[in-house]
Ligand binder design. Structure first.
Ligand code: ATP
Ligand code: MG
Length: 253
């Protein structure tokens, strides 16, 4: 039994295309923990043609959102099975309603969230990214033709399988996803900002040497503002390291 609570229980939040999946994958190369990505879970249901998958297919093509309760049932069950293992959630919660449901479940287990990182990326940067993005759908690994290309053109680095475009990565659907981010996810960010003892706001564009000591163990909400994944990355890794010092290194493969 752990004497002190050193479990990683963390959210990565940000607008569509802000780099949540990219940063989570990079963290996984360094540390041993579980990532649950709501979008990947839904896409896997779509591929397996489950009931939820059929529903999600229609919603995602429209740039809409799945109902809060459906998402809570899906992700909440997975979080429970992880028990005391370290975890990070990407893409859930994304509405105030989902956040309240998750908070309630975690509070009942006496395992409240310990860190919420918001990736704050300017809008003009992200559309460009979305259009250049290629995805390995089975794993959720993402590539960008200009700054993070696959080793072999059109192929996933790990499996060699073909990459594809997500159906919702086009100008029109992206506009809708962005609207729902403003309408639904920003109120959720406000909720976590207010829960937080103090809000740590780091401009990754101007601050080159990350100072992890700017966050104390009490701080829940950290805002990282930057244009590129490379600007945000050193700050993110420093914060994760300082907040969860007991995290194990990824087993080298
Ligand atoms: P990105 O992957 O670029 O960060 P995103 O956050 O819009 O973009 P995903 O997280 O992959 O994309 O989600 C894709 C779609 O799946 C969403 O547009 C939405 O329709 C649905 N979805 C994902 N997570 C949720 C959620 N927590 N609640 C409701 N719908 C969701
Ligand atoms: Mg994603």
């Amino acid at each position: 039994r752990r004497v002190s609570d050193d479990q990683m229980r963390m959210l990565i939040v940000g607008s569509p295309g802000s780099g949540k999946g990219t940063q989570s994958t990079r963290l996984l190369k360094h540390y041993d923990f579980s990532v649950l990505s709501a979008g990947d879970v839904l896409r896997s249901h779509i591929q397996r043609k489950t009931d939820i998958g059929q529903r999600a297919d229609a919603v995602i093509k429209q740039g809409g959102l799945m109902p809060d309760q459906v998402m809570m049932d899906l992700i909440g069950a997975e979080v429970k099975t992880l028990g005391a293992a370290d975890w990070l959630l990407d893409g859930f919660p994304r509405t105030l309603g989902q956040a309240q449901m998750l908070d309630e479940m975690l509070d009942a287990q006496k395992k409240p969230l310990r860190l919420v990182v918001n990736l704050d990326v300017p809008e003009d940067v992200i559309l460009d990214r979305i259009l250049q993005r290629w995805t390995h759908l089975p794993s959720g690994r993402v590539y960008n033709l200009s700054y993070n290309p696959p080793k072999v053109e059109g192929k996933d680095d790990v499996t060699g399988e073909p990459l594809s475009k997500r159906e919702d990565d086009n100008v029109e659907t992206f506009g809708k996803r962005l609207k729902s981010f403003h309408a639904q996810t920003e109120p959720m960010l406000e909720h976590y900002r207010q829960k937080s003892g103090s809000v740590i706001d780091i401009d990754c564009r101007t601050q080159t040497s990350p100072d992890a000591s700017t966050t104390s163990s009490q701080d829940l909400f950290v805002n990282l503002r930057g244009d590129t994944s490379n600007q945000i990355w050193p700050h993110l890794v420093a914060i994760v390291q300082s907040r969860f010092p007991a995290l194990k290194s990824a087993s080298s493969s």
